[in-house]
Design a protein around this ligand. Structure first.
Ligand SMILES: Cc1ncc(COP(=O)(O)O)c(C=O)c1O
Length: 364
């Protein structure tokens, strides 16, 4: 089976290197924070234009602390999209705020046009999700939000390597959350995340809050969380960072190939096609016969997935506690989207096989 992700291969290729480096951590007994964690934060800061990086134990916690750090609290409204992983909206709910869901453009991303009608005096923040590693058009959104004193948080969970005019996303807003979940382009061997910000104040606040709100061993300035990145995870991530650019290059090359070969098919190419700077965490096509296409590919030994079949406002969690929302583009796309395998462990022949299968399906 050609799989939709390379979670096993990413770990297996580097097993020896992990064990070799872990021995140092084991002998130093340096399990919480420490040198390896600082090294990882320094690396990510380098990718993010020298911004502050506060590593954590998940992207979800980074979103929660980003929200707290910019002052979102109970009763505030926070605007985001519904076609995202549940954690984006879960983090808003976790700080007691009210999620306001915006529809998206045909490229699956929110834009100033889709959020503008929802901005109000109650809006405290906007969370832009760089879904699939595609960059949201940040400049008009941040300009509109700054003019209204609304904070902007970037959900960069899927967006390591995503660029806007050559600059890594994550420093266009007030704060950003990255995820290093094993399925991500740069994935650990368990959970991991980071908050990125250009604000010293936000960074200091988040750094304290990730460690129980402690300023020193015995002095707490606020009630916080225990959400530190493990040293053993940091070791794995530090090893993988050396391969990231190669992996991104391969993802882009596969995407370029699909774009060329699928452009004239009924299924078509990536929904974000033509958008510069995508890191192709997902390569997503669209078909009105989506379920049939997915089954056809499975029959040919190709795993394709749907991210995400149920938008947040159609989830039980939303329906049981909130009023109904109509998001026509989001709802239509959810029925048609299909994520094709697009990761660095695919061979050229895998990629060709996938493209041929889609072309054959379209002729049926
Ligand atoms: C868009 C998005 N936001 C947030 C998250 C949450 O990240 P984590 O799983 O590290 O908590 C994820 C990851 O799965 C995600 O894809």
């Amino acid at each position: 089976m050609i799989r939709c992700n390379d979670v096993q291969e990413q770990a297996q290729d580097l097993t020896e290197a992990f064990f070799e480096q872990w021995r140092n951590v084991l002998s130093a007994g340096d399990f919480i924070l420490g040198e390896e964690v600082t090294r990882f934060e320094t690396w990510l800061s380098g990718r993010c234009n020298g911004a502050h990086v506060v590593s954590m134990n998940s992207g979800t916690d980074a979103l929660i602390l980003a929200m707290r750090a910019v002052g979102v609290s109970a009763g505030d409204e926070v605007i985001t999209c519904a076609n995202t992983f549940i954690a984006t909206v879960g983090a808003i709910v976790a700080v007691g705020a009210y999620p306001v869901l915006a529809d998206v453009e045909e490229d699956e991303l929110i834009s100033l046009q889709t959020i503008e009608p929802l901005l109000s005096d109650r809006t405290k923040a906007v969370v832009t999700v760089h879904l699939r590693g595609r960059p949201v058009d940040m400049v008009p959104i941040t300009a509109a939000c700054r003019a209204r004193d609304i904070a902007v948080i970037e959900d960069c969970a899927q967006a390591i390597g995503t660029l806007i005019e050559g600059r890594q996303v994550g420093t266009f807003g007030d704060a950003a959350a990255f995820s290093f979940h094993p399925l991500k382009t740069l994935g650990g061997l368990g959970d991991g995340g980071a908050l990125v910000t250009t604000s010293t104040k936000i960074a200091e606040y988040a750094r304290g809050l990730r460690n129980h709100g402690l300023r020193s061993r015995d002095e707490a300035f606020s009630f916080g969380l225990n959400t530190r990145l493990d040293a053993l995870q940091a070791v794995a991530l530090n090893i993988k960072t050396e391969y990231l650019d190669l992996w991104l290059q391969r993802r882009r090359a596969i995407a370029t190939y699909y774009d060329a070969v699928l452009a004239d098919t009924a299924t078509g190419s990536d929904l974000g096609r033509g958008k510069a700077g995508s890191a192709y965490y997902h390569y997503v096509v669209r078909s009105q016969r989506r379920n049939e296409l997915q089954q056809y590919l499975a029959h040919k030994g190709i795993q394709a997935a749907v991210h995400y079949p149920t938008p947040i406002h159609c989830q039980r969690a939303w329906l049981d506690s909130r009023s109904a929302v109509a998001l026509p583009v989001t709802e239509r796309l959810a029925k048609e989207i299909l994520t094709l395998p697009c990761h660095p462990h695919l061979s050229d022949s895998d990629v060709e096989k996938i493209a041929v299968a889609i072309r054959d399906f379209d002729l049926k």
